[in-house]
Design a protein around this ligand. Structure first.
Ligand SMILES: *Cc1c(COP(=O)(O)O)cnc(C)c1O
Length: 416
């Protein structure tokens, strides 16, 4: 293991090359070590597996469908397109898979309180949902700016019985919410579990979240084989922190014929400085308890990320993605705000599915990917896309961008 582990912690579970590690305050070490010790035991325990799988089936609605998208396939130049329908999960995206698993683990460890941080509010809503389901109190830290911008998700969380605590320090956005959650965890570490929302944070979180999301790829691989008798030529997913992508990639990492392609957000363009393209522009740094690529200035100051899709608006990336790229197993492309909006409309019109703006980034890359694969394989390719979430939450953004009339209605308080 190459990643250093401060304060003589037990060996790391995950080997992500030079990425990953456990960079937390001394006071948090016991809690992180407890997780590193207890998580593998829980995951290997048939009773834990049974509870987790049963809840995914009866509450989340798994397995989700693998839907063939022939009209979109034709439009992007693919022989066949397969959509893994995480938009059909309860709460409308893949995030719930992870939250159910972590809160189940917290109960097993005797924790009586859950905390989380959220940027746009989607991870906050998924955590609040899991806490309501299990009957555990929940506090979600959210930058005060985001509380104002994402009022609907704040209402959702409060309706679910969660306390939303606005954080006013710094720029009052995601990074400040992370600091708020970490401070709370330091003060309440004995009885509190911190639910991290993507394949990020100190070891063992990136591995644990990946395992809790791998059901996506396991189902999809099985469905592709049983329905079509073959694996796809490529698996494509959007990348914010990277959990839906790791969730679907993991099942295919051992299939050398399957290309793994992540799509990150270039926002208003890399040259504008307003983007979330961590793979293209990030540098190695320590952030959020891990060593990974991070958007930062030349003197190492954290840079704010920007994307039209709130869920991709994160200045870091999970260490396993950095490792997959370093080893050449996965590659990463960039897609901007405008292309994502166009792809959202294309899927809506060709297949009758309105995807999340995050997901739309993966869809927007399809013509490029299909062209590259056609050149390489000499035939139209079969491509699988992780449809990470549904677009209902993004209608406000779409209206603002596309329709001045609707914007006026929002301004008058007629619409959220
Ligand atoms: C949060 C979110 C993402 C980005 O998070 P990852 O951890 O990269 O998966 C992508 N799609 C949807 C629908 C989301 O809600």
């Amino acid at each position: 293991m190459s990643a250093p582990s401060p304060s003589g912690a037990p060996p790391l579970l995950a080997d992500f090359g030079e990425f990953g590690g456990r960079y937390v305050a001394e006071t948090l070490m016991p809690a992180v070590e407890e997780l590193a010790r207890e998580w593998p035991k829980a995951w290997a325990d048939p009773d834990f597996q049974d509870s987790y799988r049963t809840i995914l089936r009866d509450y989340v609605g798994r397995p989700t469908a693998l839907t063939e998208a022939p009209r979109l396939a034709k439009s992007v130049g693919a022989a066949q397109l397969l959509l893994k329908r995480e938009d059909l999960c309860h709460t409308g995206a893949h995030k719930i898979n992870n939250c159910i698993g972590q809160v189940l683990l917290a109960k097993r460890l005797g924790k009586t309180r859950i905390i989380a941080e959220t940027g746009a509010g989607q991870h906050g809503v998924a955590t609040a949902t899991a806490c309501a389901y299990f009957g555990l109190p929940c506090v979600v830290y959210m930058g005060a700016e985001d509380v104002a911008r994402q009022a609907l998700n704040v209402v959702r969380m409060r309706l679910l019985g969660t306390e939303v605590r606005p954080v006013h320090s710094g720029s009052a956005t995601l990074k400040d919410a992370i600091n708020g959650a970490l401070r709370d965890w330091v003060a309440n570490v004995r009885d509190t579990h911190y639910v991290i929302g993507s394949v990020m944070g100190p070891d063992p979180y990136p591995l644990m979240v990946r395992e809790l999301q791998r059901v996506i790829g396991e189902e999809a691989r099985e469905q592709a084989l049983s329905k079509f008798g073959a694996l796809p030529d490529a698996v494509v997913a959007c990348v914010g922190g990277g959990s839906n992508a790791m969730g679907i990639f993991t099942a295919f990492v051992g299939d050398p014929s399957v290309e793994l392609i992540g799509v990150e957000a270039t926002g208003e363009g890399i040259a504008s400085g307003r983007h979330a393209a961590t793979m293209a522009e990030g540098a190695l740094g320590v952030y959020h308890g891990m060593r990974s690529l991070v958007l930062q200035s030349v003197d190492g100051q954290l840079q704010e990320a920007h994307s039209i899709s709130a869920g991709l608006d994160y200045p870091g990336i999970g260490p396993e993605h950095a490792h997959l790229r370093a080893t050449g197993r996965a590659r990463y492309l960039g897609v901007g705000d405008t292309e994502a909006l166009e792809a959202m409309e294309l899927l809506a019109r060709t297949e009758g599915i309105i995807p999340a703006l995050e997901t739309s980034h993966a869809l927007a890359a399809l013509p490029r990917i299909a062209g590259e694969l056609r050149a390489k394989l000499g035939r139209d390719p079969v491509i699988m896309v992780n449809l990470s979430g549904r677009g209902d939450k993004d209608m406000h953004t779409v209206m603002k961008v596309r329709d001045q009339g609707a914007e006026a209605m929002v301004g008058e308080g007629m619409l959220p």
